[in-house]
Design a protein around this ligand. Sequence first.
Ligand SMILES: [Zn+2]
Length: 235
Amino acid sequence: MTELLHMKDNYIKECDAEVLVSAENYIVLDRSCFYPEGGGQPSDKGFLIWEGRKIEVSRVAKEKGIVKHYVSEVIPVGSLVHCHLDWDRRYKHMRMHSAEHLLSAIVLDNYGAEVAGNQIGTERSRVDFKPFKPDRHMLEDIVNRFNRAVDEAREIRIEMTTREDMIRRVDERRRRMFERLPSFIKDVRLVVIDGYDIDPCAGTHVRNTKEIGHINIIKTENKGADTTRLIFTLE
Ligand SMILES: [Zn+2]
């Protein structure tokens, strides 16, 4: 098992680790600051320092519960490495992921539409909402509400809690994704945007809405009779 440091602190950029498993093109570490792809958020990239040499980490993925760091050369079991994130890339994903939560909460609370899918990117991201057929006036309203929340500089925090507490606090429509996970998962990580949203999530987030920046909805796409995709960038 790899201890994923981002679960408690999203701002850890580097760490020491030991190689537990070594394969031809990947290694498993005892701890890691890298985010493995999942939940619509892409993998971190970066590099490791091993015996004074810099080795690229091209991708990190959780496969059957094992966090694999894909590297270009074999690093033996027991090696000590120092991990470095590509922080520019990760920080963009943090802003985008927090933006996705805020946008989803605003659309749900004001227009009753739920998230049907999402993909976070470094330069643009998208969320599919259902049932949702917005007109221009609605889109303007959503952008205004979003930007107001950014200007309010609301705290965003991570809370670890129980499944029972999560069910008490989180809107039924915001926990459907979580409820598809096996019931043996008892610990829940909540991402709380003060005054706006509580959502179970294992992704990486900024600490304050002011770090997100203002939103631009650059495009909408029809994704079926009752589903609309919003594509957005951040300023
Ligand atoms: Zn999330």
